[in-house]
Design a protein. Structure first.
Length: 376
């Protein structure tokens, strides 16, 4: 198949929003399909010139960069709302640039099927425009919660504007349910994959003491404070060496008081380094918000160390961890968190836990199957 994918973030950008589309494009290319991914350049760079399609090595996706000037800060909210209703997105310049790139490709690349993720509403509306012009079927992928990002008053008219997709997908049950409430159709759940590095053993990092990781976005300062208080309480009662915190993310400024706990702030790290840190942590901790699906759970479970979702977790996440015989606890208060930390000192992985799960090749095969269904 000739497959056109559109995403609002470059796969090389240091952000999770670039991963799903980039990895699906790469896996579909490995399956033998010709894949083009249109996306913005890496942040801070200018869009590259249109590359040669005939000369491309199709064992990898062809990445086409479209200009993305970004949102104007402090813009008129009414004008933004009008753009949503009239054009189907906030950053209409990016949408137009994607469409222009897609049209320029048409002489050398005619898609059989398209795929775009929300994520970026502009990516989805641009794909819809190209699909109507070039007469191919397309898939609407919903990897974010529209109930967070789309104003209530805009949801119904936007659903009307986005009609025409041949299949609806989502990266979780939570987002599938939100998509159904918004668009009125049932979405197939296809989880994002887990990188191989999380399953492969890594040598222990050079670290002076025991530690837990605090992974990803922190969301709420009061919950971060409660986590650090709980670790301090745990240290005060443990007979072993004190536990420090390594925050794998870029919100270290949210940690306003460490409560006597040593805190390290390496910022964003490579996936290999994240896997190394998480495989040798006493536990891997993240803040649960209830508003979005935390895909990082599967990456952390793959490290075969206790995972603590502070604040709770979704029923689907708890069910998947149980199915995998994986170590997830979801304390909702500080005392329960202290007990969860204490339990990690006597942890052994369940031998029934599979060696690999939710690999990118497995998940991309589900996308490929959906594409074959809709083009017959």
């Amino acid at each position: 198949m000739d497959i056109l994918l559109i995403n609002g973030t470059h796969p090389a950008a240091p952000h999770i929003s670039g991963v799903r589309a980039g990895r699906f494009a790469a896996e579909l290319a490995r399956m033998g399909h010709r894949c083009v991914l249109i996306c913005p350049p890496v942040p801070g760079a200018n869009a590259a010139l249109l590359p040669s399609v005939p000369a491309h090595d199709w064992s990898e996706p062809l990445i086409i960069e479209a200009d993305h000037p970004g949102m104007t800060r402090g813009g008129n909210k009414i004008a933004t709302f009008v753009n949503l209703l009239r054009y189907g997105g906030r950053c209409t310049a990016f949408q137009r640039s994607v469409v222009a790139r897609g049209r320029a490709l048409a002489a050398d690349f005619r898609p059989n099927v398209g795929w775009a993720t929300f994520g970026s509403l502009e990516a989805v509306t641009a794909l819809r425009t190209l699909a109507r012009e070039q007469r191919f079927q397309w898939i609407f992928d919903n990897k974010d919660n529209p109930e967070i990002f789309i104003p209530r008053a805009a949801r119904l008219p936007l659903a009307w504007r986005l009609r025409g997709y041949a299949a609806l997908q989502a990266n979780s049950v939570l987002h599938a349910d939100a998509a159904q409430r918004w668009l009125g159709d049932t979405a197939e759940v296809i989880y994002s994959g887990v990188d191989a590095c999380f399953f492969e053993p890594h040598a222990a990092p050079k670290h002076p003491q025991r530690y837990v990781t605090l992974v990803g976005s922190l969301y709420r300062g009061d919950m971060v404070d409660a986590i650090l208080r709980a670790i301090a309480e745990f240290n005060a009662t443990s007979a072993l060496s004190p536990v420090s915190v390594v925050h794998v993310g870029k919100q270290g400024d949210w940690i306003r008081s460490n409560h006597g706990v040593d805190v390290e702030l390496p910022g964003y790290v490579s996936t290999d380094e994240m896997a190394r840190l998480c495989q040798h942590a006493l536990a891997n901790v993240y803040v649960f918000t209830g508003l979005t699906f935390h895909h990082k759970l599967f990456e952390l479970l793959a490290c075969r160390r206790p995972v603590i979702a502070y604040g709770g977790e979704l029923p689907e996440s708890i069910a998947e961890a149980k199915r995998l015989h994986a170590p997830l606890t979801a304390p909702t208060d500080r005392r329960a968190l202290v007990r969860a930390l204490a339990a990690t000192e006597h942890f052994d992985p369940d031998p029934r836990m599979p060696k690999r799960f939710f690999t990118w090749s497995e998940q991309a095969a589900l996308v490929e199957a959906a594409m074959r269904r809709i083009i017959g």
